[in-house]
Write a protein of this length. Structure first.
Length: 488
């Protein structure tokens, strides 16, 4: 099995592109195959210089290592289409010589005039095909000398595929089963553009053939191109790879998850946005794996290795799949919990010191221990400012509602109990609080609430006793006294 991920460097890697790369990767690993990264950079008008680095960074971030590709030479390089022109030229020449393609000189205006002439209600966008090609300037209608003269004088021209009418084009798709297209619905596709560069269709099939690709796995949006590819393979006398077209990714409100409607709903579209927003790569990978594939049972959490084991094209569905950002958060929370506090602390320590000033790595580990169950993203810890600095203010609504006239005095009485508490542990502190409320003859909430507010400034948060252990005796006493003084 040899598979490839073949992105065009026209922008930052799309989240759907990462899913395509993932499915290719999983199959290659599962079957001990080869996973190739090929950069399809023949469309110079849409070329974005930073895009290739972004593709490499995002694949590395997701942990999808390719076997061959840019800077990883293998048996079928180079891996940029821009460096493979001679192969495309040779294929185009073969196609013209064998009568499967022809040279056409028509300008864009001439093609538009032809379309105008043939346009009817039933045929709003006439093709360049059997019917129309006989009216145009091409090597089928012009004499050989005339064609030679025009080419020789540098007249712009393209190479088109000669599509024979009345043919049924068939291929088996792993996801869709047998797919049939009538050749009458396929136009004489341009294979080489007037700038001499191949179009996607020609370059794609030449490379898939030359690179020995056995399985083409790509998004459903490429399905309409496949009949052209099949015709090209036939014309060149090559065997087509097997095909799998992955289901469309749909927006939560229906319709394709286009850049525009994703942005409207606050759904990031590029992989780097997910990375920069602090998503765990394993969460994104696991989430994308389930976006079109299912394991056939109830399992939802899979490491990359487990995915390799479980994945198969047979379980990829045909129906479009809805993108659910909440599900991704759920995955993120799961993977975050799976990381050690020390690991998360190591990641967040620089940002914490930047935001709140110097603090030890150990204290950040302890803070993460305290907060982990409540965190969805690693950076959620930055929102728990009270762990790293004293509360600047106390939540106004809670003060209004629950801070009573005697709250300050109760806090002060509690500090006296705490001064002599022997075991500064969660259990020890719980008994200290219990004995204080018994002594003061008050309800639990009357003391617990002001303590929480004094420590964190917030009405809710981590366990109260764990929080006191985290702060230690001196800081706890300071915050309780401080609140008693500052609040009315
Ligand atoms: N270059 C195409 C893309 O940008 C590749 C499609 C294919 O896999 O054939 O997605």
């Amino acid at each position: 099995m040899r598979v490839r991920f073949a992105p065009s460097p026209t922008g930052f890697l799309h989240i759907g592109g990462l899913r395509t790369a993932l499915y290719n990767y999983l199959l290659a690993r599962k079957h001990g195959g080869v996973f190739i990264l090929r950069i399809e950079d023949t469309d110079r008008s849409r070329f974005v210089p930073e895009a290739e680095q972004d593709i490499l960074d995002c694949l590395a971030w997701a942990g999808l290592e390719f076997d061959q590709g840019p800077e990883k030479e293998g048996d079928c390089g180079p891996y940029h289409q821009s460096k493979r022109s001679t192969l495309y030229e040779a294929a185009a020449d073969t196609l013209v010589e064998s009568g499967n393609a022809y040279i056409a000189f028509d300008t864009a205006e001439e093609i538009e005039v032809m379309r105008e002439r043939h346009r009817t209600q039933d045929n709003p966008s006439p093709r360049y095909d059997l019917i129309t090609r006989s009216e145009m300037s091409n090597s089928l209608t012009l004499s050989a000398q005339e064609v030679e003269r025009r080419v020789g004088s540098g007249e712009p021209h393209v190479v088109r595929l000669l599509v024979q009418p009345g043919k049924s084009v068939q291929f088996d798709d792993f996801v869709r089963g047998t797919v049939t297209f009538e050749s009458d619905t396929v136009d004489d596709q341009i294979l080489v553009k007037s700038d001499g560069l191949p179009t996607y269709h020609l370059a794609n099939i030449v490379d898939d053939h030359e690179m020995g690709i056995t399985h083409v796995i790509r998004g459903e949006e490429w399905l309409p191109s496949t009949p052209k590819h099949i015709l090209l393979y036939e014309a060149l006398g090559w065997t087509a790879p097997r095909m799998a077209h992955l289901p469309l990714i749909l927006s939560p409100t229906g319709g394709k998850l286009s850049k525009r409607n994703a942005e409207k709903q606050g759904i990031p579209v590029t992989v780097r946005q997910y990375r920069d927003a602090g998503y765990e790569p394993q969460a994104v990978v696991n989430f994308l794996a389930m976006l079109g594939w299912n394991p056939g049972d109830e399992r939802e959490l899979f490491s990359l290795e487990e995915l390799v084991e479980a994945f198969s094209l047979e379980r990829v569905g045909q129906a479009g799949v809805q993108f659910d950002l909440q599900k991704l958060s759920w995955y993120n929370q799961n993977y975050l919990r799976g990381r050690s506090s020390a690991d998360i602390a190591g990641q967040m320590h620089p940002r914490i010191t930047e935001q709140f000033g110097e603090c030890s790595l150990e204290s950040v580990v302890a803070a993460i221990d305290l907060m982990k169950e409540r965190m969805v993203y690693a950076h959620d810890i930055l929102e728990a400012a009270f762990l790293f600095e004293r509360p600047l203010a106390y939540d106004e609504k809670s003060v209004k509602k629950k801070w009573k006239e005697d709250s300050g005095d109760l806090l002060k009485s509690f500090t006296r109990v705490l001064e002599s508490t022997q075991h500064w542990t969660s259990d020890g502190l719980e008994s200290a609080l219990q004995s204080a409320i018994a002594e003061l003859d008050i309800g639990v909430g009357q003391l617990m609430f002001p303590v929480r507010l004094a420590l964190s400034g917030q009405p809710s948060g981590p366990g109260l006793y764990d929080m006191m252990v985290y702060f230690g005796r001196a800081e706890t006493l300071f915050r309780l006294n401080d609140a008693a003084q500052r609040l009315p």
